[in-house]
Design a protein around this ligand. Structure first.
Ligand SMILES: Cc1ncc(COP(=O)(O)O)c(C=O)c1O
Length: 385
């Protein structure tokens, strides 16, 4: 008997493929989104201490309560939403598990889920695994704004969930306050849940304010907001995050969490509880990455690539259509093999593989890495691509 795949369209992710290719060719890896600089030694010490102190057994299913209390404090201070840490906050295995839990909690067979492409690669498979139907609506460069007319046409009685991501991977765009108001009023009017992927909440530039779904009281019964310690504390490999939602939604999400991982690792939770007490550890992230974005943009000035506007996240899009008409995946592979720079082709974030001749470059890197990448890109002979 042949095994029938639940996800026949899913291949090895582009991030894995490009990182593997980068290491095979010794290329500078600006493809996968992770920092190449060391973490704060204090955070590492806190985990070590927690282990030595004996925090090595299962944590409570929803996460350590003191950590959830810290999160509740920060959420209230930042977004003005008072939450009950016992009933509304769950510690998860990264933002990724939180996204899956949220989708599994509300999507039933035949339900439609609106996904704005380019989109993070786990949204649609999670919808499919739960029997739902992803409805992909394309956003287009250069501003990647929400296609409001297409959204209006797509909404019907089967629409269960809308997924948004701000600050946005890969576009580097952020939702405006009026965008969020408009989405909120549609969700409330039509009774549609909102999954707000806010893993880059702190990585926002030029004095702009992150528009969290948690900041809108009318969204309280509808919104599930997902966050990532990995992104905020430069520890993507620890796979730790959390999801905030009203008690009814949280109860349903926890049924999923309980049956996938039950709980996440304890010493890291102990360490985050202590680390979060100092606001400097999260409030300085925007300026920290803004310096890196500006430094990287300075490097790109010496290349013919055209950077798009980046207001948040740690990704910079560059357009190359004026240099070559190469397909973006072919170009990304060739650049890795022949020029020693690994990037991500943006068509991979579109269900229909729309090729806008854009590459995504991650600038969560040391200045020397960004400078070396800029130098390589400036020395390219584009007639060979
Ligand atoms: C938009 C978006 N959502 C969710 C995630 C997953 O976060 P985590 O690494 O905490 O699972 C990522 C990670 O790259 C992301 O870019």
């Amino acid at each position: 008997m042949t095994l029938k795949s639940r996800l026949p369209g899913t291949e090895t992710s582009i991030f894995t493929r490009m990182s593997r290719l980068a290491s095979e060719h010794g290329a500078i890896n600006l493809s996968q989104g992770f920092p190449d600089f060391p973490i704060d030694p204090l955070l590492a010490d806190l985990v070590h201490k927690a282990m030595l102190d004996g925090s090595n057994q299962y944590a409570p299913m929803a996460g350590l309560l003191p950590l959830r209390e810290q999160i509740a404090r920060v959420v209230e201070e930042t977004y003005g939403r008072k939450t009950n840490p016992d009933l509304e906050i769950t510690i998860t295995a990264g933002g990724t598990e939180a996204l899956f839990m949220a989708i599994a909690a509300v999507v039933h067979a035949g339900d439609e889920v609106i996904i704005f492409d380019p989109s993070f690669d786990t949204y649609a498979p999670a919808v499919l695994l739960n029997g739902g139907k992803p409805i992909h609506l394309n956003m287009s460069p250069p501003d990647f704004s929400i296609p409001w007319d297409a959204l209006q046409q797509a909404i019907n009685s089967r629409t269960r969930l809308i997924i948004v991501n701000t600050p946005h991977n890969p576009c580097g765009t952020v939702l405006s306050s009026s965008d969020l108001d408009r989405l909120a009023s549609w969700c409330v009017e039509h009774g549609i849940y909102l999954l707000s992927d806010e893993v880059y909440e702190r990585i926002i530039f030029d004095g702009q304010q992150h528009q969290s779904a948690l900041s809108r009281p009318e969204l309280q019964p509808w919104a599930m907001a997902v966050f990532s310690f990995g992104k905020t504390f430069h520890v993507t490999g620890w796979k730790s995050g959390y999801v905030v939602a009203a008690p009814e939604l949280t109860a349903e999400m926890r049924k999923v969490h309980q049956n996938i991982v039950f709980c996440t690792n304890t010493p890291v939770q102990v360490a985050f509880t202590e680390y979060m007490k100092n606001p400097e550890h999260y409030s300085t992230l925007g300026p920290f990455y803004q310096i890196k974005r500006n430094f990287f943009l300075d490097q790109l000035k010496h290349t013919p690539l055209k950077p798009l506007s980046c207001s948040g996240s740690y990704f910079q899009l560059v357009s190359y259509g004026h240099l070559t008409q190469a397909d973006d995946l072919d170009l990304a592979v060739k650049l890795t093999r022949e020029a020693g720079i690994a990037t991500i082709p943006v068509s991979n974030f579109y269900a229909d593989h729309a090729d806008h001749k854009l590459l995504r470059l991650c600038f969560a890197k040391k200045e020397e890495t960004l400078a070396a990448a800029g130098k390589k890109l400036s020395q390219l002979d584009w007639s060979e691509f």
